[in-house]
Structure formats: structure tokens, C-alpha cells
Design a protein around this ligand. Structure first.
Ligand code: SF4
Length: 490
């Protein structure tokens, strides 16, 4: 299997946008360059220490705009042959401004316009620019201001409040929020205790508390305003906030921190299990408080431990989410293996897809080290599935409307790429992706743009194959089977 060809030149492009009014800035090339409309773009220079730094430099050079509200990497890259015949790769960003300020143009452009998204989409010359712009449209669609003021605490700005566990700290914070009605969401493991916890909360804060009964999908899945009418505050147990997921209402994240386990004994077990001494450590949010003493114990035994900082979807260094292991990827080059600190197989399995170094796991409550996961077998199984899907002509593209799983822009881009190759591809939209809703459809295979773990962990529930986004691109022949990429949700 061929490896993905190397890149000779990295490039960045930026879509400057405002929420009020919803608009995007386009620049026009001068006549010698075709008078086409484009976003800000440019090459990554040797002195740029990251794509974001390169983008800020290009923005300053091409527009003199430096006052940026947010720089948001889009889930979109494109490879193409540059004018010099070399292999170029372009990484797109959305750049939010507070207001549509006029740029100071460089000689690279002769005009500019702030445009509504549909007009900008028509104006853009390149199809890959239009696909990236669809993701900006998706960001605008998830604007926090779209929240129903009736259920959003009388128009107050929703906040994320983090507390380590149930108790006085939580109750004080909730009382200070002056809510009318709360909803409590608990993870599957605490369902038996949900009613007692709701009663405890109700008594402590003195307002009505309803229990969200729908099963919690994961850290990005909160009850929506329409599921819990009249509720102006959420109490979510067992999860940390996901910084890039907008909140509809003030949400109290009770992380259920668990110190659990003796660091010295756990370090001794890690050493006895033959875990590599150049080690990357990743943990679930419940066990993050154990990380520092455990690392110190490992280092006393001669380990060198690296903790990585992930992207904007992760609240903490060394944290893992089932859809995002960028904290591990950040240190992969410096380690010989990873250790996941936490319970269950969900996170270690995802980590094994995301990194190529071997993955051990340590359950700090049971004090047991599990042997490394056979990544090659996991990947082989997925590649076989991709190979089976190469004959699929009719595709269903699964889209979730949950705020933390909504990749409509990606789905639209995949649809246009599939159609350009002569395939049928239809978007199937739901809040929660459910195999039962797909029964009886005349579709050969699905690509899932919602939680990436649906394709990897739940595919046996579906009557037709379900691929991740990169697997779909493999099936279309756009990228090779190796190296196998995890469908990271950024
Ligand atoms: S997308 Fe999936 S893995 Fe990621 S936070 Fe949501 S439920 Fe968890």
C-alpha cells in the first residue's frame, strides 16, 4: 500500500467573518492574476512556528487586520500542484472579527468586499474555497446568540462552570446563577443514582430539578432547549466542557474527579508491565488529578513522561476525548509508547487508532495494566471494510445536529466530491444518529460525519457499512489506505 506523498510546501488560508451581520471578507486578485475572488492565503514561511502564526502574518501582510476575536482551524485541507510544479497543501481557518472592518490592501489584491455567505460562495472562484466556506457557514449556524432567550436564563450569556464533584462548591455556584429551573444529566454508570442526586441538588439550591432521561451520548451531548423546556441551567456529571462547543444555557460541569490509586504502586506496576520508559501519558478527565503524582512516581523510576497539549476541543493537557487525541499526537515523536490512565476500553481503543506507537492502559482503581492493543489488526479490519465499499454507488452521508457533532460543512463537501466522481450521495440528518432510523433504505454504504466512534465501535448495529470521513475518502480513491488516519473531531 502506497504512503501518502510528502508535501513540499504548506500553505494557509483564512476566511474572515463576522456574526453580526453574518458576513465574510473576500479579496479580488488584480487583472494580471485573473480578477478572481479569494480569501486571505499564503505560504507557510520557515520562521512560522505553526499554521496559526503563518495565518496571522499573512492577515497582517494582506489586510493589516490584527484585532482577531478567534482563529478557528477548519476541518478542511486540500492538496494541489503549485505553480512551481511542487506538491502544495492548504490548511483553512475561520477568523472571527467583532465587526466587518475595511482591510488595508497589499499589491496582491485590488478590491475587497464584505459579503453575505451565499453571495461570497457564488463569488469564489475555486471549488475548494467554496467547500471551506461551507464550514464557516456551519460555524455561523451554531451562533450562541441563536439560543431561545426564554430558556437561556433571560438572555444572559451562557457560561461553562467547572467543579470537581457534587457538593458545596457546586451548590454555591448554582445559587449564584439565580436559575428558575435546572436539568441534571448523568452518565450511564450513574443512572441508578440519578433521582437521589436530583433530590440532593433540589434541596441544596431550592429550585426545581428535572432529570434528563435520554441516554447521554458523550461529552458533547447535552439535553437541548427543546428537550427541557423552561430549564435555564444544566448540571452535567462526568464530563469537562469542550471549549469549541457552544452552550445554549449556563452549564455546570461536575467532572467527578477521582484521585484513586497509590501513585507509587501504580508506577511499580507500570514498570513491571514493560511499558516503554519514554512514555506519553493520556488520561480521562476523572483521573487528571492523579497525573502529576503518578508522573513524579514514574520519573523516580527512570521514566521520561511527556504530556501533550491538544487542540481547542480539549480543556486540559493530557486529556483524551473519544474523538480527539491531539494531546497524544502532540508528543508522539518524542515517545516510544503511550499509557492511558483511566477505566474501560473506549479511550484506549480510540487512542490506538489515533497514534501509531503502542498503547497500554492502566485502570487506577483496579491497579491493573492492560497489554498493548493490536493496532495493526484494528486498522486491517477497517481497511477491509473500505475495500468492500469501493463498489458502493449510492451513499448516505450521516449528519448530526447536536452542537458538538455537527459537521454539516464537511458533509456538504463530501457530497459534492462524491457527486463529482459520479456517485449518488444524499445527506441524512438527525439529532442522534441511530441505526434503527436507517433500516430499509436503498443505500449501499454510509459515511458518518457525526461522532467518529459510531463508525468504529457501533458498525455491527448497522445493516450497511459505515465509514469514517477519511475512510470515505479512501473508498473514493482520494487518499491511500496507508497511513491510516483517525477521524479526529477538531
Ligand atoms: S463526538 Fe463522540 S467521542 Fe467526541 S465528545 Fe461527542 S460523543 Fe464523545
Amino acid at each position: 500500500m502506497a504512503a501518502e506523498p510528502p508535501v513540499d510546501q504548506e500553505c494557509v488560508e483564512g476566511y474572515l467573518f463576522t456574526r453580526t451581520p453574518p458576513s465574510v471578507l473576500l479579496l479580488r486578485r488584480p487583472p494580471r492574476r485573473g480578477r478572481i475572488w479569494v480569501p486571505v492565503s499564503g505560504k507557510v514561511e520557515p520562521g512560522d512556528v505553526s499554521f496559526a502564526v503563518a495565518l496571522r502574518r499573512e492577515l497582517e501582510e494582506e489586510t493589516a487586520i490584527t484585532d482577531l476575536r478567534a482563529v478557528i482551524p477548519l476541518d478542511w485541507q486540500v492538496r494541489f500542484e503549485g505553480p512551481d510544479g511542487r506538491r502544495w497543501r492548504l490548511q483553512a481557518f475561520a477568523v472571527e472579527l467583532d465587526a466587518p472592518v475595511p482591510p488595508r490592501l497589499s499589491p496582491e489584491h485590488d478590491s475587497f468586499e464584505w459579503l453575505p455567505i451565499p453571495t461570497a460562495r457564488d463569488r469564489l472562484y475555486y471549488s475548494d474555497n467554496r467547500e471551506a466556506l461551507d464550514q464557516v457557514a456551519q460555524l455561523l449556524g451554531s451562533e450562541p446568540g441563536a439560543t431561545d432567550p426564554e430558556t437561556a436564563g433571560g438572555g444572559r450569556t451562557p457560561r461553562a462552570v467547572i467543579v470537581p464533584r457534587m457538593g458545596p462548591e457546586l451548590y454555591d455556584a448554582v445559587r449564584a446563577g439565580h436559575h428558575r429551573k435546572l436539568a441534571l444529566q448523568v452518565p450511564a454508570g450513574l443512572v441508578r443514582n440519578a433521582h437521589d442526586l436530583a433530590a440532593e441538588l433540589r434541596e441544596a439550591v431550592g429550585v426545581p430539578v428535572v432529570v434528563a432521561s435520554r441516554a447521554c451520548f458523550g461529552a458533547c451531548d447535552f439535553p437541548s432547549a427543546s428537550e427541557t423546556p423552561g430549564v435555564d441551567g444544566l448540571v452535567v456529571l462526568g464530563h469537562a466542557p469542550i471549549p469549541n462547543v457552544p452552550l445554549e444555557r449556563t452549564t455546570y460541569f461536575v467532572e467527578m474527579r477521582e484521585r484513586g490509586g497509590d501513585p507509587e504502586a501504580l508506577a511499580a506496576q507500570t514498570e513491571a508491565a514493560g511499558v516503554p520508559r519514554r512514555l506519553g501519558l493520556v488520561a480521562s478527565v476523572q483521573h487528571l488529578d492523579l497525573v502529576a503524582p503518578f508522573v513524579a512516581a514514574l520519573e523516580r523510576r527512570g521514566f521520561t513522561v511527556r504530556l501533550g497539549t491538544g487542540d481547542r476541543r480539549l480543556q486540559y493537557a493530557a486529556q483524551a476525548l473519544g474523538c480527539n487525541y491531539t494531546s497524544a499526537e502532540a508528543v508522539e515523536a518524542d515517545v516510544d509508547g503511550f499509557l492511558f490512565l483511566g477505566t474501560g476500553r473506549f479511550h484506549p481503543l480510540g487512542l490506538a487508532f489515533a497514534v501509531t506507537k503502542p498503547v497500554w492502559s492502566l485502570d487506577p482503581l483496579r491497579g491493573e495494566v492492560e497489554p498493548p492493543i493490536d493496532r495493526a489488526a484494528l486498522v486491517r479490519k477497517r481497511q477491509l471494510l473500505v475495500a468492500q465499499c469501493r463498489n458502493a454507488r449510492r451513499w448516505g452521508i450521516l449528519v448530526s445536529t447536536f452542537a458538538g457533532q455537527n459537521r454539516t460543512g464537511t458533509a456538504l463537501a463530501l457530497q459534492s466530491r462524491a457527486r463529482a466522481r459520479g456517485y449518488e450521495a444524499e445527506l441524512l440528518v438527525a439529532d442522534r444518529v441511530d441505526a434503527r432510523d436507517l433500516l430499509g433504505r436503498d443505500v449501499d454504504a454510509y459515511v458518518n460525519t457525526a461522532c467518529p466512534r459510531i463508525a468504529l465501535d457501533d458498525s455491527d448495529l448497522y445493516a450497511r457499512p459505515v465509514l469514517t470521513v477519511p475512510e470515505f475518502r479512501m473508498a473514493l480513491g482520494e487518499i491511500p489506505l496507508e497511513p491510516y488516519p483517525f477521524d479526529t473531531y477538531h
